[in-house]
Design a protein around this ligand. Sequence first.
Ligand SMILES: Nc1ncnc2c1ncn2[C@@H]1O[C@H](COP(=O)(O)OP(=O)(O)OP(=O)(O)O)[C@@H](O)[C@H]1O
Length: 219
Amino acid sequence: MLELDTVTAGYDRRTPVFRGASLTVAPGESVGLLGPSGCGKSTLARVAALLHRPDAGRLALDGTEVRAWRHRAPRELRTAVGVVFQQPRTAADPRLTLADLLVEPLRATGRRAEALDRLAELAPAVGLTPDLLGRRPHEVSDGQLQRACLGRALALRPRWLVCDEMTAMLDASTTAALVAAVEAYRAETGAGLLAVGHDRVLLRRWCDRTVEWKDCLPA
Ligand SMILES: Nc1ncnc2c1ncn2[C@@H]1O[C@H](COP(=O)(O)OP(=O)(O)OP(=O)(O)O)[C@@H](O)[C@H]1O
């Protein structure tokens, strides 16, 4: 279970972006979170991905309460969640080839020896052909780079995936390919998904259920 319980978060403690937001994703479930621009969906997604410390409230992953965020979080909790953002250009190190990008989490967690084998699985899973793997971010399209960012999010086989507007910049066919890659991964591993966005049609088609932002807040 991924449980966000009465979370208050923002960028200035005196004026949080939202107060008391709650949302639960069951194991293996896919939940779409819909809401107007600027309401705080990305901020909540970053809390769920252990990237942003909330001002108050509770996050629990599979029954373990998260008490530290970002690099302070224990590795087993940090690696339980894979995250994909809207903007691949700001999320990818421009110096790395796509191959290095895909397996960056393995190197970062001291599992370098597994990198080649995992690369051979990840690249086809996200639709990256061998000719693209040696290129750097400025030599590929946004869609190709986003495929690499999705592969990187899957590299450590997370139990939870957070996709924050993952396909907002992409065309219909790349969107369909990325959603299919996420769903293939979930079918194989049973991972749960929190997909944040404002494309109601896409999220309703993609997810088991969709939640409106206002329904996450106290009445
Ligand atoms: N790093 C930051 N520092 C200060 N304020 C921020 C920061 N990131 C976001 N904000 C502000 O927090 C509020 C919520 O932003 P957030 O990105 O969570 O909203 P959102 O619902 O995801 O919006 P969108 O759908 O447009 O992406 C906005 O007013 C935004 O300007």
